[in-house]
Design a protein around this ligand. Structure first.
Ligand code: K7E
Ligand code: CUA
Length: 680
């Protein structure tokens, strides 16, 4: 790295160099940069121009929705742009006390996996669904890295509606990549795993890495109308590590590309072992041909065990299905399906420009950015310009596929996005800057410091055929001295940059929830008009819904199950007095929100519950499970300040000792006795 820095020093403008040094210092934890330095940098960058550019007047709406990944918090955050106002947190792979996701009986199944209930994950990459290579505002797909999963968020409700576990995967990082019409959502594994083809991941000595481990790339079919996912097949690829994925557009739209590292297949100390060779690969896969091979009988089948969890639209209940098989293709048996392009060692991002001609590989350790040409790749394949093969997969000659190298862009290139006006923007992790370069002649034309150590950057639509090239969001890993300190852990940060002119301009800093990796953004007009305001009560098919107060009931089922079918409407619950429950009973509160109006959820919480509240949307039914441990009188109440009489929206449930003869009674106002124990 020393030589790189020396080299960089000669070429880079002074400001960028200062930032490089500052970021280096920050990375090593010795904060040599004074608060004053950055404060003055901020002062210069932030003029009143910038303030008015991001000002969205009270009561006015933002122009764009943006969806930032929550990283190790397992959620997605929705921000308005350009204001940077946080609009919503969408829990995906995590429990969320705010609305009971992952706690309510209806949503628990969403977090079931072959490893049991896993209420956490590491979410890196949101990707919007596409039509004709443009974002269409229907769904947002996201990956879970740790316990490999792909989830789908419905953008009419901003709720997670489906989670698919990925078998034969470990570290679902190059994921999810939707093709230009969501034909497939593609997900690659970061870690290779031992596969015995008979029983999936198996018990194998770790020093057998080289012979026994393989990677997998999963092809998940997406229903064009409903969005439902189905794992169609996998390609079992050589035992490298796979990092990021991106897809072709236009002429290259049948292809998807993956960066790989550890082509050395080191099983330990990868920091060293995976950096021996000068080059790793960009893997190119013709997904259309793969789908054809899979359809025409080239696929074999192996046993598997993975969960597919889906939220039913009518009942608002999630259901898990366990899948027991997966089909797979081997690249060595499928000619023309997969090629390897030599890339600078241990590359990170791969990004394809809007025309589909250029594949940009960000080699985090390299001093230049190689840009591959899709048309050259096609020619090289036709003319067999190979440099041998690896695991039966042809390796293309570097020179035969290279369009150009972007020289001395900065230090630590990670990711690139495009503005649709012929420019590319690359994030530089080590030199803490965003570098703008031209696709026409591959020269650097502008650079702007970011604070500090930027990972992904995002231009709304910047990974699609038609970018909305007005803003860029840089997502930074380190923010030392940018915000008020908050103890050992500081806020991660996003920075909004104006890219509408020749020179980039910093407009705004805003802190993020947990660690953002990638993000997506879309013009609000493509999403807002379809936003659901409330669920129609008549269409509520929840088996325990009650649609009128007169239908509310409390029943004992069998020995110790109590079912409370309750309604909530401003400002009372029916029933609000319940007696006859005993210690040892499990109580299910099925609460139906009778409101048929926008923005009137009711919450439900009961003292001592071991889960959370549940927040019931108008017209929907949600269930809170409660197992009281001791006799007594317990209050329950609405948690969402829904009306002037919200504080009155409360009730009591009496719990008697086990075996007591207190009959079940329930009422709101007038007391009513329950029918004797139900048959079920
Ligand atoms: Cu953070 Cu896309 Cu997981 Cu790069 S990845 S920063
Ligand atoms: Cu309902 Cu507060």
């Amino acid at each position: 790295m020393e030589t790189l820095i020396t080299k960089f020093r000669k070429a880079a403008p002074k400001a960028a160099l200062l930032m490089a040094v500052a970021a280096g210092a920050a990375l090593q934890g010795c904060s040599q940069i004074g608060a004053g330095d950055s404060a003055s940098a901020t002062a210069t960058a932030l003029s009143s121009d910038a303030a008015s550019a991001v000002y969205v007047a009270p009561g006015k709406h933002d122009e764009l929705y943006s969806f930032l990944s929550g990283g190790f918090n397992g959620q997605v955050s929705v921000y308005g742009l350009p204001s940077g106002r946080l609009l919503k947190i969408i829990p995906v792979f995590t429990q969320h006390g705010e609305n009971g996701y992952g706690y309510s009986e209806e949503s628990k199944a969403m977090l079931q996996t072959s490893h049991g209930f896993v209420p956490w994950d590491d979410l890196h990459h949101p990707k919007l669904s596409r039509t004709d290579g443009q974002t269409d505002g229907r769904w947002l797909f996201v990956n879970g890295n740790n316990t490999p999963r792909v989830a789908r968020i419905d953008l009419t409700t901003f709720e997670t509606v489906e989670i698919m576990e990925i078998p034969n995967s470990a570290g679902n990082h190059c994921s999810p990549y939707p093709t230009n019409n969501n034909e497939y959502v593609i997900a690659g594994t970061r870690f290779s795993v031992p596969l015995d083809m008979k029983g999936g991941t198996s018990d194998i000595a770790l020093d057998k890495y080289n012979e026994e481990f393989r990677g997998s790339i999963s092809f998940i079919k997406v229903d064009p109308e409903k969005g439902d996912m189905d794992l169609d097949f996998q390609i079992l690829v050589p035992g490298f590590d796979y990092d990021l994925a991106n897809g072709g557009k236009g002429p290259s739209e049948d292809w998807v590309f993956f960066t790989t590292y550890n082509s050395e297949k080191a099983g330990t100390l990868k920091e060293v072992g995976a950096s021996q060779n000068d080059k790793d690969y960009l893997a190119a896969i013709n997904w259309k041909l793969a789908a054809k091979y899979a359809k025409e009988g080239k696929a074999r089948e192996m046993p598997a065990n993975y969960y597919h969890n889906k939220m039913d639209k009518d009942t608002h209940m999630a259901k898990s299905t366990v899948k027991k098989k997966v089909r797979y293709l081997l690249p060595e048996e499928c000619p023309g399906m997969m090629y390897l392009l030599p890339a600078p060692k241990s590359p990170h991002g791969i990004d394809v420009d809007p025309t589909g001609e250029h594949m940009v590989v960000s080699g985090k350790l390299a001093s230049s950015i190689p840009v591959f040409s899709f048309s050259k790749m096609q020619n090289a394949i036709k003319n067999k310009q190979f440099d041998g093969e690896k695991n039966g997969i042809p390796v293309l000659k570097y020179e035969s596929v290279l369009a150009a190298e972007v020289k001395e862009p900065g230090l630590g290139p990670l990711h690139t996005e495009f503005d649709g006006k012929g420019n590319a923007y690359t994030s530089m992790f080590v030199s803490s800057e965003v570098v703008k370069w031209k696709l026409s002649d591959f020269t650097v034309v502008d650079r702007i410091p970011v604070y500090y150590s930027v990972g992904h950057l995002m231009i709304p639509g910047g990974d699609t055929k038609e970018p909305h090239g007005k803003y860029l969001v840089a997502m930074n890993k380190i923010t030392k001295d940018r915000y008020l300190p908050t103890g050992p852990e500081l806020a991660h940060s996003a920075q909004l940059i104006d890219i509408s002119g020749e020179k980039m301009k910093l407009l705004l800093d805003f802190p993020t929830v947990a660690e953002p990796h990638y993000a997506q953004a879309i013009v609000a007009d493509k999403v807002a008009p379809k936003s659901v305001k409330f669920h129609k009560l008549d269409e509520n098919k929840h088996p325990h819904a009650v649609k009128k107060e007169s239908e509310a009931s409390v029943t004992r089922e069998g020995k110790n199950k109590i079912r409370v079918k309750m309604t909530a409407i401003r400002s009372h619950m029916t029933p609000d007095n319940i007696e006859g429950v005993q210690v040892g009973d499990t109580v299910y509160f099925h609460v139906t929100n009778l409101e048929q109006d926008w923005d009137v959820p009711h919450g439900f919480a009961v003292m001592g519950a071991n889960n959370a509240e549940t927040l019931i949307m108008p017209g929907a039914t949600q269930t809170l499970k409660w197992v009281p441990k001791k006799a007594g009188v317990y209050p329950f109440y609405c948690t969402d300040f829904c009306s002037a009489l919200h504080q009155e929206m409360q009730g009591y449930i009496r719990v008697s000792p086990k075996g007591s003869n207190v009959p079940i009674t329930y009422s709101t106002g007038k007391k009513k006795t329950a029918p004797v124990a139900s048959a079920k």
